[in-house]
Design a protein around this ligand. Structure first.
Ligand SMILES: Nc1ncnc2c1ncn2[C@@H]1O[C@H](COP(=O)(O)OP(=O)(O)OP(=O)(O)O)[C@@H](O)[C@H]1O
Length: 253
């Protein structure tokens, strides 16, 4: 597999956990690509391994087997700052420590772009302002991040990732704490980002209907099976969506 248009390539990748000699393999032999300029939604039941896959792709945990190429280079060869310039990551974990206000949190997204002084320049401040504006959280700029709601923090974390400006955004359930309007706004924002900047997005989500409407491609994870990929339309026609999410059919009736 050697698609020039691929930002991330997964080759014979297995992900999961190792405890001494024991292995808990959650997904194996993944041979997948994230092309430039695509919005991909990763769907599947609780516990199937979506977060584990995203953490592995972000190099936060080692694969059990196989390799990950980022822009044709093994992800292990990147140092952390270089990697952070390429991959913007949004996880669901609450961030630890520090007495930051929301603007300072978003500014953290720019550190991979600073020189040894660690100082933000005017271009960095512009990116921060733009990200805050896009996420519509300007009214929270001075708020302490420990005093804002989970949903507000979630939007701030997305703003931080936008400010970070990587070619690839990996997001683990970015809409988990958001109300319906904000869930839609975040999906719409990611869609627009992909359309306007040719960045790529891989996002895990339980928002099946929204993912079907907004994404270019789905990665459908079912326990004990290979990930199934295809456009939403393809997977609907092949009845894979119905098989994985039987509740959707019941809702219609
Ligand atoms: N730190 C860990 N150490 C060992 N096993 C873990 C760890 N984290 C998760 N697991 C195992 O991996 C499985 C998959 O977890 P993961 O969080 O990747 O699933 P998920 O698809 O993201 O689920 P959800 O939709 O509920 O967020 C869990 O059932 C658990 O058994």
């Amino acid at each position: 597999m050697d698609n020039l248009n691929s930002i991330l390539t997964l080759s014979q990748l297995s992900v999961g956990y190792k405890n001494g000699q024991e292995k808990n393999v959650l997904m194996e032999n993944l041979n997948l690509e994230i092309p430039k300029g695509k919005f991909i939604a990763l769907l599947g039941a609780n516990g199937v391994g979506k977060s584990t896959l995203i953490r592995t792709l972000a190099n936060l945990q080692k694969p059990l087997f196989g390799k990950i190429l980022l822009a044709k280079r093994n992800i292990n060869e990147y140092d952390s700052k270089e990697l952070a310039r390429q991959i913007s990551l949004v996880l669901t974990d609450r961030i630890q420590g520090g007495n930051l206000n929301m603007r300072e949190l978003v500014e953290m997204g720019r550190y991979p772009h600073t020189n040894w002084t660690g100082k933000l320049r005017s271009h960095d401040h512009e990116k921060v302002e733009e990200a805050i504006h896009l996420c519509a959280i300007g009214y929270l700029k001075d708020a302490n991040i420990f005093e804002i709601s989970d949903g507000q923090l979630q939007k701030a974390m997305i703003a931080r990732a936008l400010a970070q400006d990587g070619d690839l955004m990996l997001l683990d359930e970015p809409t988990v704490h958001l109300d319906a309007n904000n869930r839609f706004a975040v999906m719409e924002l990611l869609r627009k980002l992909v359309d306007e900047t040719q960045k790529s997005v891989l996002m895990s989500t339980h928002q099946v209907e929204m993912a079907l409407k907004m994404s270019d491609e789905l990665w459908l994870a079912n326990c004990g099976e290979n990930i199934i990929t295809g456009s939403p339309q393809e997977l609907i026609s092949r009845k894979e969506i119905e098989r994985t999410f039987p509740y959707l059919q019941k809702l219609k009736n």
